[in-house]
Design a protein around this ligand. Structure first.
Ligand SMILES: *[C@@H]1O[C@H](CO)[C@@H](O)[C@H](O)[C@H]1NC(C)=O
Ligand SMILES: *[C@@H]1O[C@H](CO)[C@@H](O)[C@H](O)[C@H]1NC(C)=O
Ligand SMILES: *[C@@H]1O[C@H](CO)[C@@H](O)[C@H](O)[C@H]1NC(C)=O
Length: 483
């Protein structure tokens, strides 16, 4: 397939609303009646929800019986003018009326969140190409969970005239508006702790999306609506600081002795020199000033030469797995056949406009690469600003992943600047354990609202490789406890 684009390397989800640019929310409260209870929604047709404060947004939602019959499940679209984003919502297996609300997105950019839903943390997993079975370690054990295919063109999401979103900033506005409409209509969830989670490129989406939700609250309150109780951001094997991720490939390839040393000494010496040069190059063209063309060439050259050449020989997502081609879904099961079947689509309520399901949108990944979304903004600054406002942050990393490694992610956390950074930087490391499982599950460090955790035995897709450990971690985190 010729040159492997940087954009296809990371699975995941995406958006930012700049408060200064968003027009204020204004409406006549007399025009709004909340829908009330989610369980009153029809299962045979969509109910359309609107809110006069969000004139260009509406939500179509219905009950859908699939995946996990022990809970109520809902599917539908967020309609934003001509854009339609498909989502899934599963109630908690424990207590939907008190458990938190969690939104999951995969990365990519352009990766469908159904990978997370059917392979990682959703209430069911694939059992053959056309069937699912309920999954015991789903994150809806103690939480109500959303999974959204975003931005538009990902999964079942589409635009009437082929419009698309090409930056994280744009993606965030729709997510923030959707969550506001949801919490306003379904009053049983109002004020409920809300957590935003995802992996891989979602490490760049989520800081921006969470900021959009947080900043929108000022507008919601002004308009007499309830603020969204944004409690935390949880990111797995993220690409929050793409440069640290790329530099850390040297460490993963040439310094860690956990995996067999696959590079020769002369390769490592050349790589070290390349990293040194690339750091200078990107500092001058991406950081000291932002020159999009110069930064893109530096980024592409450095990523290609430090990363991609290596990934063509070794599995970038999991050092313990054999190499597969990029097209082979990296040894992970296929959800496309199941989601492409007319029967599944009828069950979910998929519009006839887009029935050709694909787990990856090349349109989105190319658009994000073209726009420079990989380097045009500092997602770590968003994270620090969220920490400053007491939104908790969990950075968790499967230690077998090369591409978005624990080394690069840990460095990113040490560089975050907020008023309590010294509390985090001087905190000790602790092992964490899962009852009934042998040995430590990983280690963690926390301080000033930030927790960094490693997960042993996992690659890029932590809940896929270590579902029991991942669920333990999620439940403890959502309950506000140490791992
Ligand atoms: C918001 O969530 C936190 C938990 O993160 C909870 O302690 C608090 O009571 C919630 N606020 C409201 C207004 O319900
Ligand atoms: C799965 O369903 C498709 C049609 O939806 C069918 O063509 C295919 O044979 C089925 N596969 C299996 C293994 O049942
Ligand atoms: C379905 O999507 C795949 C992958 O994006 C594409 O190659 C194929 O041509 C599409 N098929 C149709 C009928 O649109």
């Amino acid at each position: 397939m010729g040159r492997v684009s940087a954009a296809v390397l990371l699975w995941g989800l995406a958006t930012l609303a700049r408060a200064t640019q968003s027009s204020s929310i204004q409406y006549d409260a007399g025009l709004f009646t909340p829908f009330g209870d989610l369980s009153a929604l029809s299962a045979s047709q969509y109910t359309v929800l609107t809110h006069p404060g969000f004139a260009s947004h509406s939500v179509r939602i219905k009950q859908s019986h699939f995946c996990d019959e022990s809970v109520r499940a809902y599917t539908g679209y967020i309609d934003v003018d001509a854009r339609h984003l498909f989502f899934y919502f599963f109630e908690s297996r424990r207590d939907p009326d008190t458990d938190p609300v969690v939104l999951w997105t995969n990365g990519g950019p352009g990766g469908s969140s159904t990978m997370g839903l059917f392979m990682e943390l959703g209430p069911c997993r694939m059992a053959g190409p056309n069937a699912t079975v309920p999954f015991e370690y789903s994150w809806n054990e103690q939480a109500n969970i959303f999974s959204i295919d975003q931005p538009v063109d990902v999964g079942f999401s589409y635009a009437d005239y082929g419009e698309h979103v090409d930056t994280s900033e744009e993606g965030g506005k729709d997510i923030a508006a959707f969550m506001a409409i949801f919490f306003e209509h379904f009053s049983q969830f109002r004020g409920r702790p809300f957590h935003m989670t995802g992996e891989s490129y979602a490490g760049r989406y989520l800081p921006v999306y969470a900021a959009a939700v947080y900043d929108q609250n000022t507008e919601l309150v002004k308009a007499g609506m309830s603020p969204i109780n944004l409690s935390s951001v949880m990111m797995g094997n993220g690409a929050t600081d793409f440069f640290e991720i790329v530099w850390a490939l040297y460490d993963m390839r040439c310094k860690t002795h956990k995996f067999p040393m696959v590079d020769t000494i002369s390769d490592c010496a050349a790589l070290k020199q390349l990293v040194t040069r690339c750091k200078k190059w990107t500092k001058s063209s991406c950081n000291d000033v932002y020159d999009k063309l110069a930064c893109s060439s530096a980024f592409d050259y450095c990523f290609d030469n430090i990363g991609i050449q290596f990934f063509q020989k070794y599995n970038p997502y999991d050092a313990t797995r054999p190499w597969q081609t990029f097209e082979a879904d990296v040894c992970y099961p296929d959800v496309a056949q199941f989601l492409s079947s007319a029967k599944t689509q009828a069950l979910l309520g998929v519009d006839s406009h887009k029935t050709n399901f694909s787990t990856h949108s090349a349109l989105v990944s190319d658009a994000f690469e073209q726009s420079g979304d990989y380097h045009s903004f500092r997602a770590d600054h968003y994270l620090a600003a969220l920490l400053e406002r007491h939104v908790r942050v969990l950075i968790y990393v499967g230690t077998n992943d090369w591409i978005a490694s624990w080394v690069g992610n840990e460095r990113m956390t040490f560089k975050l600047e907020w008023t309590q950074q010294d509390v985090y930087q001087t905190a000790g490391k602790h092992d964490w354990f899962v009852a009934g499982m042998q040995g430590p599950a990983g280690w963690w460090r926390k301080g000033g609202g930030l927790t960094f955790a490693t997960v042993y035995g996992a690659g890029h897709l932590v809940p896929f490789d270590q579902p029991e450990r991942a669920l333990h971690m999620a439940n403890r985190w959502l309950a506000g406890e140490d791992l």
